[in-house]
Write a new protein. Sequence first.
Length: 231
Amino acid sequence: MSGTLYGLGVGPGDPELVTRKLVRILRGLPVVVYPAPPEGASFARSVVASLLSPAQTEIAIRVPMTRSIKPAQAVYDRAAQEIAGHLDAGRDVGVLCQGDPFFYGSFIQIHERLAPRYPIKVVPGVSSLMACAAAAGVPLTVRDDTLTVLPATLPEAELEKRLKRVEAAAILKLGRHFRKVRRVLARLGLEMRSRYVEHASLGSEKALRLDEVEPATVPYFSMILVGGARR
């Protein structure tokens, strides 16, 4: 009998936002997997570091930070094979994921590779979307508003096309794309309805107007929220 694969949403970063269900499951797992940069510590692991035991086997998925998706796909292929080995041996495996596993989560890469072969359970986490709204003090939606979620990685023309029709929006994955997004919002007259948030729920959290943001310092894990027209 194979082990079970768990997708564990650790939330946006504040350890107090980790769910009780995740704590219970994580403490009982023999194998814990987490994404990490090519060098250095894993953010997802740091959120739950106090819950881990030396008896647990840890596997870091070191994902290269390149524009090409091929190197990352190869890393996930190898990680899935290693995880499968533990599952085949009957060991349960938990994959830590920043935010929520199924909301732009890195766990999706492992899920796609292993879901056809193994039992999988997902523990949802507080997503960056909710954390950023709380940090900015901006209601995401009210009454019958429609919320549109967009990645900043879209081409500028495509972003503008989609933002023209929004009532409220969340724009994720900013980083080097911040200038492009701010240009689009300015052309559409949406700057005053927008708020920028980075490091939501952490001690370094910032919530700013767009004209207060220094583009060169914008991290990848940041967000712009565009409030509904009624507000």
